[in-house]
Ligand binder design. Structure first.
Ligand code: ADP
Ligand code: MG
Length: 258
């Protein structure tokens, strides 16, 4: 099994809620600089699969590994925040921002601090002014990249849904995510916000971030995904190159044809 360093590999992932097996033996890989699309009808298990990869929901069975050249990191028992520290970021279907904080403060939350300063900050102790300034500058740069720099001082509750999602993406930018798990990132957005989000996803992919894109809008999938996974009843119904997979007779019959 030779895969590039930075590949996230899920094998045999399964989870049941009572009698319902929401995800049933799914294999999935996301390599650096690759966008993997995931489609499937409502209830197919797409969001749950993301939860298993991000650590929000523990798997009943299966493994999650992050490949690191000749070694690998086993993550299936790791909490979500540990996986986040390994560069696995998750965008939720609804924005998770601190409503009373400004856009900039929300983005600053994503700045990861290394070394002794990280301990001081984790304990809530003040660190240097210079560090605070650097953090604010990183947040401003990320907000500029998502086209929101003039909203940096707005409380996040004052922003539109699309702008809130862009703030979350800015937070992911400053966190230097290596793997990005996106759950219907275009849902509920205006056309212009959709374009900004799609442009950013494409840029991140081209910069080497691995992206898992759960999305029902096939035009976005066609535009962004390098490969496609079709889920149905918790299983992978088909997987492969996008057009080939969309033309798969099983997929046409059970998903697109209805
Ligand atoms: P999708 O994102 O493809 O629409 P989900 O992963 O959200 O599907 O859900 C898959 C199935 O698992 C659905 O039947 C859903 O009701 C169920 N499910 C998801 N999360 C939970 C949970 N925490 N508790 C109980 N059932 C759940
Ligand atoms: Mg879902």
């Amino acid at each position: 099994e030779r895969r590039p360093a930075g590949t996230l590999v899920g094998r045999g992932l399964s989870v049941s809620f009572g009698p319902l097996t929401a995800v049933d033996g799914v294999d999935i890989e996301i390599g650096p600089g690759e966008c993997v699309g995931v489609i499937g009808p409502n209830g197919a298990g797409k969001s749950t699969l993301l939860n298993l990869l991000s650590g929000a929901v523990p798997a009943d069975r299966g493994s999650v590994r992050l490949l690191r050249g000749s070694t690998e990191v086993r993550l299936d028992r790791a909490a979500a925040r540990v996986r986040a520290r390994h560069g696995i970021a998750r965008l939720f279907q609804t924005a998770r921002l601190v409503p009373d904080w400004s856009a900039r403060e929300n983005v600053e939350l994503g700045v990861r601090t290394a070394g002794p300063a990280a301990w001081l900050e984790a304990l809530g102790l003040p660190t240097s002014k210079r560090r605070a300034a650097r953090r604010a500058r990183a947040a401003e740069e990320a907000l500029a990249r998502v086209g929101l720099v003039e909203r940096a001082g707005f409380r996040s509750a004052e922003l539109s849904l699309g702008q809130q999602r862009l703030v979350e993406l800015a937070r992911i930018l400053v966190a230097d995510a290596r793997i990005l798990l996106l759950d219907e990132p275009f849902a509920g957005l205006s056309r212009s916000a959709r374009e900004v989000v799609a442009g950013l996803v494409a840029q991140l992919r081209d910069e080497g971030v691995g992206i898992l894109l759960v999305e029902h809008d096939l035009s976005q999938i066609r535009k962004l995904a390098d490969r496609l996974v079709v889920m149905d009843h918790g299983r992978v119904l088909a997987a492969g190159p996008v057009e080939e997979t969309l033309a798969d007779p099983e997929v046409v019959k059970r998903y697109i044809g209805d």
